[in-house]
Design a protein around this ligand. Sequence first.
Ligand code: SAH
Length: 360
Amino acid sequence: MLETTPLPDIAGLDRPELESLLRVGGIEPYRAGQLFRWVFKRGVTDFARMTDLSKPLRTRLPELFRISRPAIVGRERSTDGTTKLLLELEDRRRIESVHIPDSPGQTFCISTQVGCAMKCAFCLTGRMGLARNLAAGEIVGQVRLLAEDLGLLDARFNIVLMGMGEPLHNYDETMRALRILGDPDGLAVSGRRVTISTVGVVPALDRLAREPYMPNLAVSLHATTEAQRDVLVPLNRKYSITEVIEACRRFPIKRRSRITFEYVMLAGVNDSREDAKRLVALLAGIRAKVNLIPLNEAAGIPFSRPSDERVDEFAGILADRHVTVSVRKSRGRDIRAACGQLIVEGTQSSAGQKLAALIK
Ligand code: SAH
């Protein structure tokens, strides 16, 4: 079998990495800025079309780099305007990315892994298990493709890492992706427009606290007692509520900002008045806001969504005790694009593809 190592992916290198590889290849490092502009601002993936580079450089670059580009293999539009893209990666694995308009701005919901290892009891993605981590270029690629596909390359948009996967379980590639997205010659997305959502991988939270590029933080709490969270969010057996909350207390929150605590509401499980009061107590002294997410039901998920009255009552208890609270209006439910509904069935390969794989 012939194995060739793929060339480094320009779309997955941060500025210092690209500059140093250019230098090694005998090219002036300042070309990095030009390359960022072509790839991210104009969506060009063919070096031959980079017309402000000299001819010799246009021939040399493809010997040193490739420019990855996930293929759009499916596109679904919800009645509420939400779009879900099904993307195929170079190894034919598939992921989903979602665009939510007017939320109030434009929001891209991006995946960080193919599947997820966390196995939260109410989440469909967890059913897939973890196939693999996404590379930075694949994380950034989702933003590039959504922006191009929807004509939003020059628009301001927010990015939430709330698609498939646990971003802090793929820390290095996720942070590299955020640095690339933040590059002023690329899409220039500032940390204020990015939210990392995590189940609370405590050592990674502490690492994030020391990053120069600082996104907003959302923590998926979902329960108020250790016993209950052990069941709903299995990672709790490793990093308990107490430890997650302590990590949040030491997290450097930006001025005028807060940590969001996500709380999926499951009828008869975690939606009682006592749960609400315990939640208030847990968050005491943290600059927090709570985002209640009434469960998006799905076949095979053994929970149900509480009534709107129950959700309102729960929210009322928090608000009465001066905890800022919002209820997430899940979008794109009709196309299975809402929270916890992203799942990709195993890729069916055709007979021809199987044959190609055998003789490779
Ligand atoms: N792994 C990260 C990113 C996923 S974000 C995290 O867990 O935070 C997706 C959010 O939707 C999380 O808060 C997740 O718990 C929530 N979610 C998962 N399944 C859901 C469902 N069926 N209904 C509503 N929300 C769900």
